[in-house]
Design a protein around this ligand. Structure first.
Ligand SMILES: Cc1ncc(COP(=O)(O)O)c(C=O)c1O
Length: 367
């Protein structure tokens, strides 16, 4: 029985050719033609003016917060259900993440609850396009404008997803992407910061390279960072972007197939997609309701015994030791986290494998 992982990258295009070119040409660090080519193609994919390549998605978030001078005494609004990097980046600059529950219709930031958490210290909000589904950005932008907040999109999981025909990553002040091995576009490890603002782009390029003066070598006017991406990583990224449309389309096809096969499965709730959204379905997700005969973790074990790997949802931030909340009120995040399961979602997953996965889920339901 063939093992089906939750994710694996599709590296079947020009990845090897471009990486070989880096090795043969000896351009393996952050100077080299692939960095600029990948940045240009990624900017065009996101329909933004600037894409600045970085070492990973976490440092993209860190840099974004630095760009707005956010620091000690400031508050930043973050959804309670996300990957921990979103909250950690806020702490890196000495600010405090303030958590907000999710909207049950989209599994992303609840905009009304966001407004209730704004104080005189709030400086920014980080909408996370969780599992590839965009946040309802228009009402969020209205709230942010009214209160003078910066919007930093965490689009780590949502490459190419659309909000009302606009691509994520260009909907706030800056966008942050991850290219970790399980992301829709991968470079192994890697990240990108996107923006339409020339000054922010220039500042990001300055800070990611140790704050070095553009004209004068080794003249550093500020404490900067080494957050650069290598030419090797960018070579993989460029080959990935070249095939982005196909990868994205296949991932949406997987979502349609899962939906068709599981829609009538008792005790299973499927991932929503709002009418205004085009999700990237980075992960296909199911929720095991109270009617499902097994707990989420028992189901994970049974699927694993049948050679099918899965992942539980993230644990909400307010339950993690660095961010513990003594009086938590995040019922949607808690429910999703307790009952949510990510099922295999990689672009080379075959139709017969989806049938096998759905058959196993149906059988365990007692149907
Ligand atoms: C929502 C979210 N934000 C940030 C990150 C951090 O990205 P990276 O792992 O590239 O540092 C990730 C992913 O891994 C993520 O899923």
């Amino acid at each position: 029985m063939k093992f089906i992982p939750v994710y694996k990258p599709d590296l079947s295009g020009n990845e090897l050719k471009y990486v070989t070119d880096c090795i043969e040409s000896e351009w393996i660090s952050s100077l080299g033609e692939y960095v600029g080519r990948f940045e240009r193609d990624f900017a065009s994919l996101c329909e933004v003016e600037h894409a600045i390549s970085l070492a990973n998605g976490t440092v993209a978030l860190h840099l974004a917060l630095l760009l707005f001078g956010i620091g000690p005494g400031d508050e930043v609004i973050v959804p309670s259900l996300t990957f921990v990097a979103t909250a950690n980046a806020v702490r890196y600059v000495g600010a405090e993440p303030v958590f907000v529950d999710l909207d049950p219709q989209t599994w992303t930031l609840d905009i009304n609850k966001t407004e209730q958490k704004i104080t005189s210290r709030t400086r920014a909000v980080i909408p996370v396009h969780l599992y590839g589904h965009p946040v309802d950005m228009d009402p969020l932008s209205e709230v942010a404008n009214e209160h003078g907040l910066h919007i930093i999109e965490d689009a780590a999981e949502a490459h190419g997803a659309k909000y009302k025909d606009r691509v994520v990553g260009g909907l706030g002040d800056v966008g942050c992407f991850s290219f970790y091995g399980n992301k829709t576009i991968t470079t192994g490890e890697g990240g990108m910061l996107t923006t339409n603002d020339d000054q922010l782009a220039e500042k990001a390029r300055f800070l990611k390279d140790h704050g070095m003066d553009k004209e004068r070598h080794y003249w550093h006017t500020e404490v900067g960072y080494n957050y650069r991406m290598t030419n090797l990583q960018a070579a993989v990224g460029l080959a990935q972007v070249e095939r982005f449309d196909r990868i994205f389309a296949r991932k949406r096809e997987l979502a349609v197939m899962y939906h068709e096969k599981l829609i009538d499965c008792p005790g299973i709730e499927l991932q929503p997609e709002a009418h205004w959204a085009k999700s990237s379905f980075w992960m296909n997700s199911i929720i095991l309701t109270e009617d499902y005969p097994l707990s989420r973790d028992a189901m994970r074990e049974s699927l694993l015994e049948q050679g099918i790997d899965t992942r539980p949802f993230f644990i909400p931030m307010h339950q993690l030791p660095p961010y513990l909340d003594s009086n938590p009120d995040f019922p949607i995040s808690d429910r999703l986290s307790e009952r949510g399961l990510n099922i295999p979602s990689y672009p080379t997953l075959k139709d017969v494998e989806i049938s096998r996965i759905c058959g196993a889920i149906m059988e365990l339901s007692g149907e």
